[in-house]
Write a new protein. Structure first.
Length: 107
C-alpha cells in the first residue's frame, strides 16, 4: 500500500474536494507513514534498533553478571515498548485519514 500511495503522489492530476494540492500531499504522506509504522510493528526489529547485536550481548552477560543482564533486558524492553506504542498511535491516526479519504484515492 505505501508504494501505491507514493506512486499516486508522483502521478496525481488532482485531489479530492476539500483539499488543496499541498494538504492532499500531506494526507498521503501521513497514510504512508501509518503503513510504514504497521510494517515496523510486524517486523518487530525494535531491539535491533535500540541495541545492535543485543542477543549476543545478553549471551555474553550470562557469563558475567545476571543482575546486569536483567537491567539491560528491562531497559531495552521499556524502550522497545515505547517505540511500539508510538508506532501503534501513528498507525491508528494514519488509518483514520486513510479510511476517511479512501474514495479519494483515485487519479
Amino acid at each position: 500500500m505505501p508504494k501505491m500511495l507514493k506512486r499516486l503522489q508522483e502521478t496525481t492530476h488532482g485531489y479530492p474536494i476539500g483539499f488543496t494540492e499541498e494538504t492532499w500531499d500531506e494526507a498521503l504522506d501521513k497514510m504512508v507513514e501509518g503503513f510504514e509504522a504497521a510494517q515496523r510493528i510486524i517486523d518487530n526489529k525494535y531491539m535491533d534498533e535500540i541495541q545492535p547485536d543485543w542477543y549476543e550481548k545478553i549471551m555474553a552477560m550470562d557469563k558475567v553478571n545476571k543482575f546486569d543482564k536483567s537491567i539491560f533486558i528491562v531497559e531495552s524492553n521499556k524502550k522497545a515498548l515505547e517505540m511500539i506504542k508510538a508506532d501503534e498511535e501513528l498507525f491508528k491516526t494514519s488509518m483514520k485519514i486513510f479510511v476517511d479519504n479512501y474514495f479519494g484515492l483515485w487519479d
